[in-house]
Design a protein around this ligand. Structure first.
Ligand code: G3P
Length: 193
């Protein structure tokens, strides 16, 4: 049962809603448009508001769902391991030739399971940054950093380590965005295709 829980966690994370929704409902492979990222922001950019919101919610839910798998399946795997595997699945999806997204929404779903208040704080930082700058990437990175800060103040060592690992990974995954932010070519939330 433990192996099944681990495999299902990875497979759950691997479901790329941005790819599935784009291909089925819009006949578009969003890997070929916008930033090429298989995430909610690029789904919004390429397919529109409705698709972006659906992808965001679905990607969040799959992160939380993976953490609930041990409970659902009655296995003894730690939910953290399931959450990490779901995030890995999202970034390196078996259904998308081991490419994927930057894991912001999926990680949000995972952290909702462990620290809902931390997610709330990160969400406030995300929204404020987005309102001020219109850059989703910058908002995602600052929200990630704020989650580390929140964890350091209010969470135990395990959650601190988890937030460090995931948030630093998210920032590394945004390295192209960082380059674009620095040279002024990063697209803003208002720039749609
Ligand atoms: O969550 C990903 C977002 O922060 C940036 O996405 O498509 O602009 O690279 P994108």
């Amino acid at each position: 049962m433990n192996i099944l829980t681990l495999i299902l966690s990875y497979l759950t994370g691997s479901i790329s809603f941005a790819l599935v929704i784009g291909k089925i409902f819009y006949k578009k492979d969003i890997r070929n448009f916008g930033s090429g990222n298989l995430g909610a922001t690029n789904a919004y950019r390429v397919l529109g508001v409705k698709a972006g919101l659906i992808v965001a919610v679905a990607d969040i839910l799959k992160g939380t769902f993976a953490c609930l798998l041990p409970l659902i399946l009655g296995s003894s795997v730690h939910p953290i391991l399931c959450g990490l595997l779901a995030i890995l699945g999202h970034i390196f999806s078996v259904f998308a030739r081991f490419k994927g997204g930057k894991a912001v929404a999926t990680a949000t779903g995972v952290f909702l399971f462990f620290t809902p208040l931390g997610v709330f704080v990160a969400f406030v930082i995300f929204v404020l940054t987005l309102l001020l700058t219109k850059y989703v990437s910058l908002s995602s990175m600052l929200a990630s950093v704020s989650l580390i800060g929140y964890s350091l103040l209010f969470e135990d060592k395990v959650i601190i380590a988890l937030s460090l690992l995931i948030s630093v990974s998210i920032i590394i995954l945004h390295r192209q965005n960082i380059k674009r932010l620095l040279n002024g070519t990063e697209s803003k939330i208002v720039d749609r295709q």
